[in-house]
Design a protein around this ligand. Structure first.
Ligand SMILES: NC(=O)c1ccc[n+]([C@@H]2O[C@H](COP(=O)([O-])OP(=O)(O)OC[C@H]3O[C@@H](n4cnc5c(N)ncnc54)[C@H](OP(=O)(O)O)[C@@H]3O)[C@@H](O)[C@H]2O)c1
Length: 281
């Protein structure tokens, strides 16, 4: 793999999780990246641009590619932040642990920086969380958290958890703003990770965002991502296009003003492009 080019990388801010671990606020999403050549090109572009945080999952079927790409890069383990997620099909007692061991093997590491339960599967999520707590105590994960949890799921978790989740990774973007969930997580010291921060590419023609982008001399995607980090969230845009990967991290040299914020706030339409966990008991 190409040697990293000095001087071109952007240093992203970090957020301290309740585990004491710091997480780079901008990471690279890896869902639907399945082609090896595409993966390697994207990973290389990301490292060169300054990304050190990579978001995979068992269900993405690319943990092996991430492990191989990171190893080949020569970047030390402590300089990359790796998240993976236990798949909903692996929540049963006695399957969480072996499936996680398999993930570690594929990632070529003996720990992950963040291990998440992918979805609030009814009933089974309780025992799965207790197993994550054990994995945390054993050093297999430096932080543990959840994904797609609503306030109701987090309140239920509080009753049986010995460890509070470090992160709740949820769909969050200008078109699905979830202010109550953000406020709840902030009050409970749970970091919010915004997934599908570009609304999975579903609203890339909105005229208001285009006008804010023009005003700042930034791209449409950069406005959407900047909005997320200004909510205090971690953001994990996905791209396999090296130019877009560079564009998506270049969001630290400008700020949205009060007028922009008001326009963007008005765009909330509760748009879900991925899972909808709200009806899960
Ligand atoms: N926990 C969960 O349940 C969950 C669910 C969904 C997602 N996630 C995580 O969140 C990550 C991001 O979410 P996502 O993949 O759903 O969608 P996203 O990041 O909101 O959007 C990705 C789409 O936008 C395009 N794109 C990226 N950068 C762009 C740019 N600068 N300009 C124009 N288009 C751009 C991408 O195309 P190209 O690739 O062609 O650039 C792709 O089609 C995932 O990869 C995954 O890691 C987690």
């Amino acid at each position: 793999m190409a040697v990293l080019q000095a001087g071109k990388a952007i240093k992203t801010p970090s957020i301290e999780l309740n585990s004491g671990v710091t997480i780079p606020q901008i990471g690279l999403g890896l869902w639907q990246v399945k082609d090896q050549a595409q993966f390697t090109a994207g990973f290389t572009a990301a490292l060169t641009a300054g990304y050190r945080h990579f978001d995979t999952a068992q269900i993405y079927h690319n943990e092996q590619m991430l492990g191989a790409a990171w190893k080949a890069s020569g970047v030390s383990r402590t300089d990359v932040f790796i998240t993976t997620k236990i798949s909903v099909t692996q929540f049963a007692p006695f399957t969480v642990r072996p499936s996680f061991k398999h993930s570690l093997d594929k990632l070529q590491t003996d720990y992950v920086d963040l291990l998440l339960l992918h979805f609030p599967v009814p009933v089974l999520r309780r025992s799965a969380w207790k197993t994550l707590e054990k994995i945390y105590h054993e050093g297999g994960a430096r932080s543990i958290g959840v994904s797609n949890y609503t306030i109701k799921h987090l309140e239920a978790l509080k009753k049986y958890a010995s460890i509070s989740p470090a992160v709740n990774q949820v769909e969050l973007h200008v078109f699905l703003q979830q202010p109550e969930l953000i406020a709840y997580c902030q009050a409970n010291n749970i970091a919010v990770e915004a997934y599908s921060p570009l609304a999975h590419g579903r609203r890339m023609n909105n005229e208001i965002i285009a006008s804010v982008a023009k005003k700042h001399g930034k791209s449409f995607a950069q406005i959407m991502l900047r909005w997320c980090i200004e909510q205090g969230c971690i953001v994990i845009p996905k791209s396999v296009n090296p130019n877009r990967i560079i564009e998506n991290i270049a969001i630290l040299d400008f700020k949205l003003d009060v007028e922009d914020a008001a326009k963007l706030t008005a765009l909330d339409e509760n748009l879900r492009t991925c899972w909808d966990p709200t009806r899960i008991p």
